[in-house]
Design a protein around this ligand. Structure first.
Ligand code: SF4
Length: 911
């Protein structure tokens, strides 16, 4: 048995994972009991990691214009094209767009090449989309991007305030830690502040469902109220802070009373007062904030508004107290350490500070240093469309889906002279638009470190061989740098060497004025690096980590004191109009990650939420003529998406929620980035992804259906060809064409791809019935294979068509179409037939009926992904056995007894 200790590659919790490989080569993943982030827990995504190791669509070889090339050709082409563009247009004409999925060592080399050798700061990261507002708020308040808390503060707290954070789904293991803490200490109070009543609110003693975007009014109100009612920690404020008077004065002006706040936030005054009193009366308060605060055109101010309340009461740097930013991605924090944002230098140094630029240049001994901040993500792609940025290298991220105004991003990439993408996957919406594709290693293959939300640095060592010719990003970057002539500075042989250099830079001329310091690791041996135990930075001289920052009342501003920020609350920039009367909010679902490239290939993870959806209040749905389970078109001129309707009273009236995950590889038109305007916070540049204004209407389907196929079908359209390196229309590889579009079916055609065991399931709908369903089926499923036979059924009167396609005796695919969705059969039994090599006679006979000869149980939508327990089964057991607790459900069905991610949903079913 080979055992590797590593960390989960998904969210910013950074859970420790143990990967076991048995003698037969099979992998098993279990939680690491010793890792301080998770202490033996994993959520559903972490638990399913072993299912996503074999990606069917790996990018294995370098390609230029769709043709395989050698690494040498790829790297020299990139080097010469970048150098040519810099020579003609200056260094600001090139850019890197990187990712919080990269390891710290990859990030470090990318930043060094761009800022120290190419001489521009046009390197930005998708972390811009999730935590750059928190970074800016930290810098303003503390002088450096510092998270003071530790996860153990969640257990030590007496009050946890969760603002704009659906922790239960987005940081599930931290949610589990809070659940346990509350169980052990029933006095622990939890307040959730979120326009949506999310699954996290099940843990709350008080939920404040405030009006979208009004958080700064609430926290200004709290600050004013605390000051007025004698809750100022005068000793702390006078010794350790500056600017309190101005901040409190503006708070009193803008949010003078609980009653005013209640009006501004559309809350009951009693609830506002209850929150204020609770905060005031509790010494150990942790305020957790996440994307609901950050993804706003005033996200930095919102962060500072809540930090102000901790400074006023001295509730920071103490056990169980502080403002705690939960980061989205596994290595967003590591990226911040090495300067992965366009307005940073490495090692928490400032790009706008000439002494810092000089320090970094001397350390790197580089020929130049970027003289000013570079373009932040949204500005970068706008400059690209304007022709100012002519070459971009995108690493491990999918901006064509994830950035706001995604249509603009696609236009920018299509018009860009040189688009290089390194990724592990062959087809993503962004990889499809690249001239040069570079195969990168992914989790389990690459070597390095990550830093999670509470500053814990952990190792991610390899346990799999490199597939094809894939390389780690730092290797690719170093080879391109050497091809540019920067040999000496990029002679790295290992991730360990890079890590030591990164540690050395953090300590270089650092006499205590910079908090971020890994100096004790600058001489780490390779063996010690391999065995590195998780540790929270900064390190002391003896190499010991730091659990909590600011315990000594010292901050990292020039004065050494924390800075209050006077906040003038601002509402979101887009406001409802009669034409666009709904506020659109975006976010994550429990079992998926980013744009589905990894979780979308797991049947287990795809079972929980299998289709893109809009959650809305049932009264709004009724008023718009929408039905639960129907399809809605959400639009804002000129973009639209098609998603399924899910009604819920947890959603405020006038508000919609659509998950962010679905890309063009998994859906016909559900990429919600198309609806988000490119509005950003003026300081952080973070987009306002929680607040767009849209309209919604029913999608009038003439027919609905589903298709189950052993092969993944290329339903997505071939993207338009970008300029190839040899001229427009160059040799893009051929994605299978979209037969429906070619026959006029493409526009307004709804489809979603869902991974199921042994097959792919497609949910379909269209607005025009086919003239000939048999032709339609053959177009979809490709008739030109030997040994194919079909079984078909057509009922013209009921507008029902059913077909199955066999290769030999094996069921290869089946298609069910009906004018009415409710006449379609359940999918589960049909999916189960794909487990059979040769279909039994009885199943073949029953196939087109859509149900077995002897009916089995319909489990309903999967709730517990670990034990595949469905909603209908749970409801039935609750009713039949009179169950009243999640523990009782666990004893009956095992649901909720492994990773615990479904506990909030079990609780919801009980209530
Ligand atoms: S909470 Fe889940 S997704 Fe996040 S790191 Fe832990 S196991 Fe991975």
């Amino acid at each position: 048995m080979k055992i590797t200790k590593t960390t989960c590659p998904y969210c910013g919790v950074g859970c420790g994972v143990i990967v076991e490989q048995d003698a037969a080569g099979a992998f098993k993943v279990r939680p690491d009991k010793e890792h301080p982030a998770n202490l033996g827990r994993l959520c559903s995504k972490g638990t399913a990691l072993a299912e996503t190791l074999d990606h069917p669509q790996r990018l294995l070889y370098p390609e230029i214009d769709g043709q395989r090339v050698t690494w040498d050709v790829a790297t020299t082409t990139i080097a010469s094209r970048f150098q040519q563009i810099i020579a003609e247009h200056g260094a600001d004409a090139v850019a890197f767009y990187v990712s919080g999925q990269l390891l710290t060592e990859d990030y470090y080399v990318a930043n060094k090449l761009m800022k120290g050798y190419l001489g521009a700061a046009n390197i930005d990261t998708n972390s811009r989309l999730c935590m750059s507002s928190a970074v800016a708020a930290h810098k303003r308040a503390f002088g450096e991007d510092l998270v003071s808390c530790s996860y153990e503060d969640l257990e030590a707290a007496e009050l946890i305030v969760l603002v704009g954070s659906n922790t239960a789904w987005c940081h599930p293991v931290l949610y589990q830690r809070m659940v346990k803490a509350k169980k052990l200490n029933p006095a622990l109070q939890v307040v959730t502040i979120d326009p949506r009543r999310t699954q996290t609110a099940d843990l709350a003693d008080l939920h404040l469902g405030l009006a979208p975007g009004t958080d700064a009014f609430l926290f200004n109100g709290l600050l004013a109220w605390l000051a007025e009612n004698g809750h100022t920690d005068h000793a702390f404020v006078s010794q350790s802070t500056n600017g309190m008077e101005q901040a409190v004065e503006l708070a009193k002006t803008t949010a003078p009373s609980a009653q005013t706040v209640a009006t501004q936030c559309n809350l009951a005054v009693e609830a506002v007062e209850q929150f204020f009193r609770l905060f005031a009366a509790t010494q150990r308060v942790v305020t957790v904030f996440s994307q609901g605060i950050n993804q706003s055109s005033s996200g930095v101010d919102k962060g500072n508004a809540l930090i102000n309340c901790h400074l006023l009461t001295g509730r920071i740097g103490k056990v169980g107290a502080g403002a705690f930013s939960f980061t989205g991605q596994p290595n967003a924090m590591g990226g911040r350490e090495v300067g992965g944002l366009a307005n940073q230098l490495a090692a928490h140094l400032d790009i706008d500070n000439p002494q810092h630029r000089d320090l970094v240049q001397r350390f790197w001994q580089s020929p130049r240093i970027a003289p000013h901040a570079g373009l932040k993500a949204v500005d970068l792609f706008q400059a690209m469309e304007a022709g100012k940025v002519k070459a971009v290298w995108i690493m491990g991220t999918n901006p064509a889906v994830s950035l706001p105004d995604s249509a603009q991003v696609r236009r920018a990439l299509l018009g860009c002279e040189l688009v290089v993408v390194s990724d592990c996957v062959r087809n993503t919406d962004t990889v499809d638009l690249a001239h040069i594709r570079l195969p990168a290693l992914t989790w389990g293959e690459r070597d390095g470190t990550v830093t999670n939300s509470d500053r814990t640095i952990s190792r991610q060592p390899p346990f799999l061989p490199a597939p094809g010719e894939a390389k780690q990003d730092w290797q690719i970057l170093a080879e391109v740098a050497q091809a540019m002539g920067f040999n000496a500075a990029f002679q790295y042989q290992s991730a360990h060497e890079i890590f030591r250099e990164h540690a050395a830079l953090s300590a270089f001329e650092n006499h205590g004025e910079r908090c971020f310091n890994l100096g004790a690791w600058q001489t780490l041996t390779a063996a010690d690096y391999d065995q590195l135990a998780p540790m929270q930075w900064p390190l002391d001289a003896a190499g010991q980590g730091t659990t909590r920052l600011f315990a000594d009342g010292k901050f990292f501003t020039p004065s050494g004191k924390a800075q209050f920020i006077a906040v003038q609350p601002r509402l979101p920039q887009s406001q409802r109009t009669p034409e666009f009367p709904f506020v659109l909010n975006t976010g994550r679902v429990r079992d998926h990650w980013h744009t589905l490239t990894r979780t979308g290939i797991s049947p287990r993870l795809s079972a929980h939420v299998s289709e893109p959806y809009v959650e809305m209040h049932p009264c709004d749905a009724r008023d718009q003529g929408l039905q639960d389970g129907g399809i809605a078109r959400i639009y804002t001129a000129p973009q639209s998406v098609l998603v399924k309707v899910k009604t819920s009273r947890d959603q405020q009236r006038g508000s919609l929620f659509v998950p962010m995950h679905w890309s063009g590889q998994f859906s016909g038109a559900a990429g919600v980035g198309a609806l988000i305007p490119a509005i950003v916070d003026p300081i952080s540049g973070q987009p306002e992804s929680k607040h767009a204004v849209v309209a919604i209407e029913a999608y009038q389907a003439a027919w609905q259906g589903f298709l189950i196929s052993r092969r993944k079908l290329a339903l997505y359209p071939s993207p338009p060809s970008p300029l190839s390196l040899k001229g427009r229309g160059g040799a893009r590889d051929s994605l299978a064409p979209l037969p429906l579009r070619e026959r006029g079916w493409g526009e307004g055609f709804y489809w979603t791809a869902i991974k199921v065991p042994n097959a792919w399931r497609y949910e379909l709908a269209g607005q025009q019935p086919a003239a000939d369903w048999a032709t339609f089926a053959r177009d979809l499923l490709c008739q030109h294979a030997a040994d194919v036979n079909w079984t078909e059924y057509l009922d013209v009167a009921r507008q029902t068509y059913r077909a199955a396609r066999f290769l030999g005796g094996q069921l290869e695919s089946c298609l069910f179409i009906s004018a009415a969705a409710e006449r379609l059969p359940p999918r589960e039994w049909l999916v189960s037939l794909f487990a059979q090599e040769t279909l039994s006679h009885s199943d073949r006979t029953s196939l087109l009926a859509g149900k077995p000869a002897v009916a089995g149980e319909d489990k309903g939508r999967t709730v517990c992904a670990c034990f595949n327990v469905g909603e209908k089964t749970i409801r039935k057991v609750i009713a039949e056995q009179g169950l009243s607790s999640v523990e009782a459900i666990g004893r009956c069905l095992n649901a909720g007894t492994n990773c615990g991610s479904c506990l909030p949903e079990l609780q919801a079913l009980l209530s």
